[in-house]
Write a protein that binds this ligand. Structure first.
Ligand SMILES: Nc1ncnc2c1ncn2[C@@H]1O[C@H](COP(=O)(O)OP(=O)(O)OP(=O)(O)O)[C@@H](O)[C@H]1O
Ligand SMILES: [Mg+2]
Length: 420
């Protein structure tokens, strides 16, 4: 039972030596630590310096009385939460009410009965500790809730964004198909018309002046040559848009409630396609080389959209790590690279590794990486949710594992394993 006072102490405030010795004896008999103040002012100063767990406060003292001392303690943010018990010979109701109205939690009448002192002190120490632990629990839960909320909002945003992208990609598909499907007949027609023109030239070698002038002004030979080039670039361009639209759709494929077999290489490729703009050379930074070593892996039963989200987060982090290494001038001796390897392991799990040769991760930060909201990036750049979401998707939703290996200054490798 003595445990109720573990590290703290009780402050006794009384100017009367007899009272002090009775109270100290009572507290000491329980093994409780205590300190003593003989007037209100020094009690306040002590309590400010070192907060006691409880204060036993005499009412009638020279200088400021117990009521005033109590009022000042309660008005001070540092001491306001320390419970105060009045010790008083004044048993009239008015004084008791005044004590309670000033914020006291109890009173002990004088002369003291040792058992009563101990019993009342014990109750209030326990109450105080319960309150503290409740406050701690409430604040822990509030923190956890806040984190969960941020995560939910983030996921909700991503899924809305995903639907939007899928919708746009779908709408893009029709007009692109018109263009792509019409290019072959267009090429044919133009070839035929060109042939017809040549035929005219052969059959009518001397046309009228009006026609010769027109041909000369037009620069017909150039136009015919250029027409073919223009058609080819239209074809290449529209094929690229079509490719992008397919990637966007497969990347943001809205997830069904059940897992479906999926080709993870396809997901990885569409994610890379979407990140293309970040891989290209920009400003002082050379382009990032992406090396893909895809092994033979079967389809994996998974939530495709979420797996793509994992790839996106890992690749975006790798690109950030390379950018940062360049900013810090650490890439002078090497080309920025990302290696992606896929394979099966001995436990029939698909293993995907994404490695970069960027800044790496200091040892002391490693165990915090998967914490929600942990980030080393400036405000506005990173939310610190990428890895925690990825970890949740891999470990909780797919029964997989996610590990990190890093050499500070050399690079980082994230390794995911998921059961097929
Ligand atoms: N490939 C990597 N190389 C070096 N550090 C990394 C790498 N991946 C993650 N980190 C470190 O882990 C931290 C947490 O990553 P996480 O993806 O969770 O958040 P973030 O990238 O900071 O923000 P965001 O929510 O935008 O992803 C990063 O801030 C970074 O310090
Ligand atoms: Mg990130």
């Amino acid at each position: 039972m003595n445990k109720v006072l573990t590290n703290g102490f009780i402050l006794i405030v009384d100017d009367n030596p007899t009272n002090l010795s009775v109270l100290s004896e009572a507290l000491a008999s329980e093994g409780w630590r205590f300190r003593v103040a003989v007037d209100g002012e020094s009690a306040i100063a002590q309590a400010e310096r070192n907060q006691p767990e409880l204060i036993l406060l005499d009412v009638q003292m020279p200088g400021i009385d117990g009521f005033e001392t109590c009022r000042r303690l309660k008005a001070n943010p540092i001491t306001q939460n320390v419970p105060i018990i009045f010790t008083t010979a004044l048993t009239d109701t008015e004084s008791k009410i005044k004590g309670f109205s000033l914020g006291a939690v109890d009173y002990i009448p004088k002369p003291f009965a040792q058992e009563e002192v101990i019993a009342r002190v014990r109750v209030h120490l326990q109450l105080q500790q319960l309150t503290q632990s409740l406050e701690q629990q409430v604040s822990d839960r509030t923190n956890a809730l806040e984190k969960a909320q941020v995560q939910l909002v983030q996921q909700e945003k991503l899924s809305t964004l995903g639907e939007l992208i899928a919708g746009i990609a779908h709408e893009m598909n029709n007009p692109i198909s018109f263009i792509i499907n019409n290019i072959p007949p267009l090429k044919e027609y133009i070839a035929a018309i060109t042939e017809l023109l040549q035929l005219y030239e052969q059959e009518y070698p001397t046309p009228t002046t009006k026609i010769t002038t027109f041909i000369k002004n037009l620069d017909l030979t150039f136009v015919i040559e250029d027409l073919v080039k223009i058609l080819s670039s239209i074809q290449v361009g529209s094929e690229r848009i079509q490719h992008l639209s397919t990637s966007l759709r497969s990347f943001s494929r809205s997830d069904s409630d059940t897992k479906l077999p999926a080709d993870l290489h396809l997901g990885m490729d569409s994610t890379l396609m979407i990140l293309q703009h970040r891989l290209k050379p920009n400003g002082d930074r050379p382009g990032i080389e992406v090396m893909r070593c895809y092994g033979k892996i079967p389809s994996v039963n998974c939530y495709v959209g979420e797996m793509n989200q994992v790839f996106m987060n890992l690749l975006a982090n790798a690109i950030d790590a390379l950018d940062e290494a360049i900013v810090q001038g650490k890439m002078c001796d090497r080309i920025p690279q990302i290696h992606i390897t896929t394979d099966m392991n001995s436990q029939q799990m698909v293993v995907i590794k994404i490695a970069d040769n960027g800044i790496g991760i200091p040892e002391r930060l490693k165990q915090r990486l998967f914490e929600p909201l942990f980030t080393t990036k400036p405000v506005g750049k990173g939310t610190g949710l990428g890895l925690s979401i990825a970890h949740q998707i891999i470990v909780e939703k797919h029964n997989g594992t996610m590990e990190v290996n890093s050499q500070p200054g050399k690079g980082t490798e994230f390794s995911i394993a998921i059961p097929i």
